[in-house]
Design a protein around this ligand. Sequence first.
Ligand code: NAP
Length: 246
Amino acid sequence: MRQIYLYIVFIIIGSSTVIASDKSTVLITGANRGLGLEFAKQYQARGYNVIGTARNTAKAVKLQALGVRVLQLDVTNQKSVDNLSAELKDTPLDILINNAGYFNRVDTSLDKVNFDILELTYAVNTLGPLRVTQALIDNLKLGKSKTVISISSGLSSISNSTGQWYAYRSSKTALNQINKIMSEEFKNKEFIFTVLSPGWVKTDMGGPNANYTPKQSISGMLKVIDSLTTEDSGKFYDLKGKTVDW
Ligand SMILES: NC(=O)c1ccc[n+]([C@@H]2O[C@H](COP(=O)([O-])OP(=O)(O)OC[C@H]3O[C@@H](n4cnc5c(N)ncnc54)[C@H](OP(=O)(O)O)[C@@H]3O)[C@@H](O)[C@H]2O)c1
């Protein structure tokens, strides 16, 4: 009887170990609210190992409640990024979602450009994804799908620009270029670097009048991410998989 019991325990532990190691791992920055939280929810529902980061982990109540792994990260702070990297050690990452973002609408005209806000916007939206990707590239090399998604914005498009918001628009335009540079560097190395536009979404950033709920936007983007191949590296798509003009 004891032998049978041990055998059953062995099978349960053995099989759960196999399942755990087969799971893909996704790391999402700025996962405590808005689109990042919805990314965490939907990836968790799909059975991924989800690592969600937050600037203040103690206040990340909704993220903690999902039962995912929550790690501290301020994307503007190199020490914080280094700590995250040290915490992860050699954990393989399949997907990195550079989602954390900042939008201050103060600079609607040249006289209202505020250089402190401009620098902060660049630090979060442009340098943040670069800093985090640089720190986690070895984890991504160990992952299966080697996919880096950076959340850009339709407002980054130069050809579609109607002016306003010097800091936000240009920070995301520069992010698009950084994504392209990374895609060229890692060409033929099985990596996918893609920028996505989530649409105008009802979050703290998007406000209540936006077109999409976080659920709709993330469901759309997950389908797009699922369909990506290395041919899509360096490209810019919206939540429906349509190419966005640079
Ligand atoms: N909502 C839209 O309509 C829309 C449209 C186009 C693009 N986007 C992009 O989509 C992404 C998510 O936007 P959202 O609507 O979910 O915005 P949100 O509701 O304002 O949430 C922003 C997230 O980014 C985090 N964050 C801000 N600064 C950070 C920093 N220095 N380090 C780490 N995390 C930081 C915030 O953390 P705290 O809670 O600590 O502040 C929060 O988790 C952003 O990149 C945004 O630019 C959004």
